[in-house]
Write a protein that binds this ligand. Structure first.
Ligand code: GDP
Ligand code: MG
Length: 177
């Protein structure tokens, strides 16, 4: 009695090589691999997150593979998404510049039932590497003016801020239902 499951479709987007597949593997399987084959299509993974005594959150993670160069995905991919993770690589300025296109593409193709944008978190990944080629001020300004839930520096490699950022996104998705 009284137990609830919440299923959310979460999109993982961003340029190629920023760490999307690594993030999914780290978060779901708690491990990190040095290289992944980039296949063409979409990979799915399920993360089950005990949320409270009576609630379980199930995240269906959609990882695009080999289509990042289009910086635009089909509507099918976006359909009924509840949340989004947009990633860039702090040592790759073009992956940061492309974030505005990813966010525009997302907002133009999917909305919540009430019409507001889907909650999206911005991850500044590979923060274990230096020097950063993107300033924190410009990330802050971009996040602020584009309606992100938050921006967070992460290292999938060192497992820094991964579960924390996913938790922030889940909190926002739970509140937006
Ligand atoms: P995708 O193309 O966005 O799916 O990126 P991948 O997950 O395939 O990662 C691309 C490369 O970046 C791989 O060699 C990963 O091992 C590496 N990588 C991913 N995350 C990190 C990180 O936080 N720090 C560092 N140093 N390397 C990372
Ligand atoms: Mg990948």
């Amino acid at each position: 009695m009284g137990s609830h499951d919440h299923l959310f479709k979460v999109l993982i987007v961003g340029d190629g090589h920023v760490g999307k597949t690594s993030l999914v593997h780290r978060y779901v399987e708690e491990r990190f691999c040095k290289s992944y084959k980039s296949t063409v299509g979409v990979d799915f993974a399920l993360k089950v997150l005990p949320w409270s005594n009576t609630e379980t959150v199930r995240l269906q993670l959609w990882d695009i593979a080999g289509q990042e160069r289009f910086t635009s995905m089909t509507r099918i991919y976006y359909k009924e998404a509840s949340g989004c993770v947009l990633m860039f690589d702090v040592t790759d300025p073009s992956s940061f510049r492309n974030c505005h296109r990813w966010k525009e593409d997302l907002d133009s193709k999917v909305r919540l039932a009430g019409g507001s944008p889907v909650p999206c978190i911005l991850l500044a990944n590979k923060c274990d590497l230096s020097p950063w080629q993107v300033s924190r001020e410009s990330v802050e300004a971009f996040s602020e003016s584009n309606g992100f839930v938050a921006w967070i520096e992460t290292s999938v490699k060192e497992n820094k801020n991964i579960s924390e950022s996913m938790r922030m996104l889940v909190e926002k998705m739970m509140a937006s239902r």
